[in-house]
Structures are given as structure tokens and as C-alpha cells.
Design a protein around this ligand. Structure first.
Ligand code: UDX
Length: 448
């Protein structure tokens, strides 16, 4: 089927590649010429395992093209995916400017029946909003320009986005039109049946993917509620970890004991410095905002945000407990990306922690296996070290912020010799307290 994907960020690019790989004719559009040039050269503007190879393969097979010509793509393709950013405004409300601009252009360009699919995470009620904007911008050329809106949220985790796209746990289709729903089920048929070459001999292949057909508003809420639930689960565990520290319990044993209950499960039960990224912070704030906008309570949502914000300052507090005065001390920070296996630093805990250490007058040396440049939101006084050992050299304390595997396997005896004092604050509990203490470190984790 003929598909247009508008926006080549994490969601748009992965969605476009997935649809091309399962056999569709995909046109990916972005207004950023540099990004389109990179993609046409087979380069990948984002760090996602397996994506670069799939881009090259589908360019070669001519199942995917990249262009800046949005109007042309809307006219030539039948199913139009909107995958543009909806970043949070200061109030927490998502900024829908890009979404509205694209909707207006879709209205002006429609030249036959189209299914407009909203993949971006958008506020509840956006499908109705899009319909209104498109209708207002339809050309008055005395032709009937029929279209339907579908909400089809993504559930991609950064660092695992390719796998999440090909082997999703569910496909949610929210629409008020049977014609659109039938077309979407036809589009996703190979994915639902897991019948495509990339799935062959792939351990992640599932038997069949469940499809939820609902109205657009419920579909939009499934996305927000899922992310908010996961974020609240993490904040809950972090609150339990903080209680563990007071009562002398061990969060690793507590979460193990809890997670064996199948109603709780063992995933997203890792206590630590808390959540960051382009989704959880934005989505929980947006859902809380929407709840309040519609006069509903958002107590748990707001508490999850509050606990998460507090968690980052706990790390700074722990450093102050060890160092006393932070001023003029040297602090090594391991990890800048908001989580491992990605280069994304959006709302990363590292930014809050490093900026606070610098504000308190410390010298900070930061190292990340993938993030090499100081993120724009990070105080540029932070020194980017080429490796963990260089970061640790002469440090009064070493703080682990991102749970990269690389940090588990460092030579900590060598780290200890390089440091001024053998103090470690493990913001992700990736090291074993007994082992680190036996090596002579003053080791502090979260709830351990
Ligand atoms: C999330 C959702 O998982 C995904 O379904 C949705 O489509 C997009 O948002 P992502 O933000 O990429 O994906 O990362 P995720 O792996 O969910 O982690 C989010 C944050 O939670 C990270 O900062 C991570 O460090 C933190 N986290 C995760 C914990 O602190 N503890 C955990 O146990 C798991």
C-alpha cells in the first residue's frame, strides 16, 4: 500500500522503515533538508540498533524514499502517518504547532480519499482537532475530498525501537470509520501475522499481534495511560527504595520479592535516579494537564512527577553527605544519555545532577559511551572526558547516572587508584555493594 510518513525522528523513521520492510511503498518526508540528505546517503541520524542496515536495504529495494516534498507525498500516497514532535510547553501542555501546520497542508493537498494516521503522542481529543483543521483547509475545487482520521499510537522504547516496531505487544487502532479501520488492518496484516522476512529466524518473533480497535479518544488515552503507569511504577519503587534507606531494608530483595507476584511483575522495578527521556516526563505532565483541564483529579500523576524530580536531588544530597562541602571538589559522572543504548539526552537525569554540582562550585568530568558533546541544556563548564578512567582521575567522588553495561565491567581497582578518594554513588544500583566495599570503596546506592 502507498504510505506517507511525515517526520523522520525516532517514531517516523522507525515506523517508515518497518512499513517498508513488511512490503509497503513508503515516502518519508521531513522539512530538515540536512536530515533528508543524510538518509538518502544511507546514513542514520539517530542511534538505534539495526536501523541503519534496514535503511540501506529498503533504499536499495526502492521500498522507501526520503524527500522534503510534503505536498507531493500527500498527493501520491493513500495512508498519511503524522509523526511530528509534540514537545511540552512550560505549562506541561504539548506544543501542537507542528501538528497543526502539517494538518493544514494535508487539507490543502488532499486529492482523493486519505487515511490520516496520528502516530505522535498527542493530547486526548487531538483526532477531533485534526479533523476540524483539515476540513477548514480543504480546497474549494468543487470536488469531494473524503478522509478519515485514525489514532495509532506507538509504543517504541528508545534503544529497542526496531524490535518494538516489528514485534509489538499490541497494535492500537482508534477510529470512528469502518473504512479506515479495514484499511489499517490491511496495512498491518503482515505485522499482525508476523509474516515478513525480518521476522524469519528472529527470536523476538511472536505468534500473532493482538489488535485493539477502539474510538480515537480511548486510543489516545491508552498511550498516555500506559506511559504514565510505567512512570508511576518506577516512582513508586523509588519511594520504596527511599523507605528502605530509612528502615535498613534492601530494595533489590524487596523488588525481587514483589516482582514474583505476576500481578506486579519484575519489569520497570529498577530503583535509581528516576526517569528521563522524551516520553515519560512529557507524557505524564501532559496527562496531568489534560486531567485538570477536564476537571479530573491527577493526584497520582502529579505525585509520580514530584517523586521523580526529588530522586535526582537525592543523588546530589548523597554526594554532599560524603563530601561535606561540594565547592572545589572534583566529581566524575558516568553516563549522560537518559538511558543506555541511546544517544538521547532529552530530560536526562545527568543534566539536572551535573548542573547542580556545577552550581555548587564543583568541577565535573562527565563520560558517556555514546554522548560525546555537552548537551545544550547542560552547563558548558562540564568537562567531557574521553573515557571512564580519565573521568575518574583525581576525582573526590564518582557518580553513576546511566546504567550502561560498560560501567559494570570497569576495572574498579584501577579506578580506585586514579581517584583522590574511593567514593562511589551508584544512581542505578548497577554495582554490587559488598564487592565494592571489599575493594575499599565507600559505596552508596539507592535503597541498598
Ligand atoms: C518509554 C516507554 O517504555 C515506551 O513504551 C514509549 O513508547 C516511550 O517511552 P523510553 O522513554 O524510550 O520508552 O524508555 P524506557 O525504557 O521506558 O525508560 C524510560 C525511563 O525510565 C528511563 O530514564 C529509564 O532509565 C527509566 N527506568 C526504566 C527506570 O528508572 N527504572 C526502570 O526499571 C526502567
Amino acid at each position: 500500500m502507498k504510505v506517507c510518513v511525515i517526520g523522520t525522528g525516532y517514531v517516523g523513521l522507525v515506523t517508515g522503515i518497518c512499513l517498508a520492510e513488511i512490503g509497503h511503498d513508503v515516502v518519508c518526508v521531513d522539512k530538515d533538508e540536512e536530515k533528508i540528505k543524510m538518509l538518502l546517503a544511507g546514513k542514520c541520524p539517530i542511534y538505534e540498533e539495526g536501523l541503519k542496515e534496514l535503511i540501506g536495504k529498503n533504499i536499495k529495494r526502492k521500498t522507501i524514499v526520503f524527500t522534503t516534498d510534503l505536498e507531493g507525498a500527500i498527493k501520491s500516497q493513500e495512508i498519511i502517518f503524522i509523526c511530528v514532535g509534540t514537545p511540552p510547553l512550560p505549562s506541561g501542555k504539548p506544543d501542537l504547532a507542528s501538528l497543526d501546520a502539517v494538518s493544514r497542508l494535508i487539507g490543502k493537498s488532499i486529492n482523493g480519499y486519505k487515511v490520516i494516521v496520528n502516530k505522535s503522542t498527542v493530547p486526548i481529543g487531538t483526532a477531533k482537532r485534526l479533523k476540524k483543521i483539515i476540513n477548514e483547509n480543504l480546497r474549494d475545487d468543487n470536488k469531494i475530498h473524503e478522509f478519515d482520521i485514525v489514532s495509532n499510537p506507538e509504543f517504541l522504547k528508545e534503544g529497542e525501537a526496531v524490535n518494538d516496531a516489528f514485534f509489538p505487544e499490541r497494535i492500537v487502532i482508534g477510529a470512528e470509520s469502518k473504512r479506515a479501520i479495514d484499511l489499517m488492518e490491511k496495512l498491518y496484516k503482515p505485522l499482525i501475522e508476523q509474516d515478513f522476512s525480518y521476522a524469519q529466524n528472529n527470536a523476538a518473533k511472536k505468534d500473532r499481534i493482538p489488535v485493539i480497535i477502539t474510538d480515537s479518544t480511548s486510543s489516545e488515552l491508552i498511550k498516555y495511560a500506559s506511559n504514565s503507569f510505567l512512570a508511576a511504577k518506577i516512582s513508586f519503587i523509588n519511594e520504596i527504595a527511599n523507605i528502605c534507606e530509612r528502615v535498613g531494608a534492601n530494595i533489590l530483595d524487596v523488588t525481587h520479592g514483589m516482582g514474583l507476584d505476576s500481578r506486579i511483575g519484575s519489569k520497570f522495578m529498577k530503583a535509581g535516579i528516576g526517569w528521563g527521556g522524551s516520553c515519560f516526563p512529557k507524557d505524564v505532565r501532559a496527562l496531568a494537564f489534560t486531567a485538570e483541564e477536564y476537571g479530573a483529579e491527577a493526584n497520582i500523576l502529579n505525585s509520580a512527577i514530584q517523586v521523580n524530580n526529588y530522586q535526582r536531588y537525592k543523588i546530589v544530597q548523597k554526594a554532599m553527605d560524603v563530601l561535606g562541602i561540594i565547592e572545589d571538589k572534583t566529581i566524575a559522572v558516568l553516563g549522560i544519555a537518559f538511558k543506555p543504548n541511546t544517544d538521547d539526552t532529552r530530560e536526562a537525569p545527568s543534566i539536572t545532577v551535573i548542573n547542580k554540582f556545577l552550581e555548587l562550585g564543583a568541577d565535573v568530568r562527565a563520560y558517556d559511551p555514546v554522548v560525546k558533546a555537552c548537551p545544550p541544556e547542560m552547563d558548558s563548564k562540564a568537562i567531557m572526558a574521553p573515557d571512564a578512567y580519565k573521568a575518574a582521575e583525581g576525582a573526590d567522588i564518582l557518580v553513576i547516572v546511566t546504567d550502561w553495561n560498560e560501567f559494570i565491567n570497569l576495572d574498579y581497582l584501577r579506578i580506585k587508584k586514579l581517584m583522590k578518594a574511593p567514593c562511589i554513588i551508584d544512581g542505578r544500583n548497577i554495582l554490587d555493594k559488598k564487592t565494592m566495599t571489599a575493594l575499599g570503596f565507600n559505596y552508596r546506592g539507592i535503597g541498598v
